[in-house]
Ligand binder design. Sequence first.
Ligand code: SF4
Ligand code: SF4
Length: 394
Amino acid sequence: MPTHASLPIAGDPGLTRALAQAVATCARCGFCKVSCPTFPFGGGYETFSPRAKVYFLRDYFAGRDVLSPQWVDRLYRCTTCERCQAVCQTAIPLVALWEAARADIVAKGLGPMPAHKKLRALAEAHGNPYGEPAVKQSQWLLPEHRPVKTADILIFGGCTASYRMPSMLQTGVTILTRLGIAYAYAGGLEHCCASPLLRTGQIDVAGELIGRNLDLFARAKARTIVTPCGGCSKTLKHDYPLWADKLGKPFDARVRHFCEVYVDLLRQGRIKPSIPVEKTVTFHDPCHLGRSQGLFDEPRELLAAIPGLTLVEMARHRETSRCCGAGGGVKANYPQMAAAIAKDRLEEAVATGADMLVTMCPFCQGSFSQAIAETGAGIGLSGLEELLLAALPQ
Ligand code: SF4
Ligand code: SF4
């Protein structure tokens, strides 16, 4: 069975052949259906389940069914959270399947959904899906930060952190600065990592953005690219090597989420959390950090190293963690469903009795920030790096 990493990129005919073989193995168990965060919002109809989508795509690949507007809509009601893929008993690479289906929908002019077209237009015009001017990209930098032009480490802020939720990025760079670790940053020149375009099937513009970032990485001579974002780190790790091959551009940098960097620093004794942070927290595993990259232990190792801090786990955590509802273009086009999924997850966090919900992805942080504001839930929200910084002596 092909794995996601071994598959060709969306839009490649080889991918369609591999997926057509994969979907034929579906055992109809329904494990994916009961695990899917978006299925409950389909009114209980089986046609909204991942299992039904697999069956539709099996028939579609075989030329026995056609893409109706209803199927297009259902195929976009997916956050690419990978929960279905994690439980699939025949190991079908389901997320690659959903993304390939979306690329096919776009290629045939039957999609994407209206909000996704806006993301594309903004990314094409401004290099980011928020439509922000490039001059604002580095607005999160603090006076104490000391980025240089070239260094082994290149900071890749990502659009959500740079323009909307900068605290994790800002704190991570503060920690590097205080340790005297050199880092480069190309503020104003970064393009969107292309995750929102790849996940919504808009691979032509995704390829353009990826190509520009690959050129930037080559110019910066980056050996290690560090980012605070689950989605950016997943995309840079998993999609960029495939696209670099396709585009004929070099890409040999090591990609790391900030949590991996902190754990290295902790194990090397270069950071020593010693100031107590007297809080009980619960940790939300971002889908694209946990299931996509296997980074479950790293955040917990960091939390365990902070004196005074107690971790209480939610019922669904690590591999079984529930999505925040934002990924895969869902928050853009189905904001009510995304908000409901975030509130469902927030309830789970509140039920632990924790003072604070902690995560390590600015996109998840945005979802929960909105959910807390809308529900008035009595729980704090923080990036893990802010707790880490609070525990470090100056
Ligand atoms: S990736 Fe997540 S949202 Fe999409 S079908 Fe699978 S479980 Fe459902
Ligand atoms: S979990 Fe896998 S095998 Fe089971 S119904 Fe879903 S796609 Fe088919």
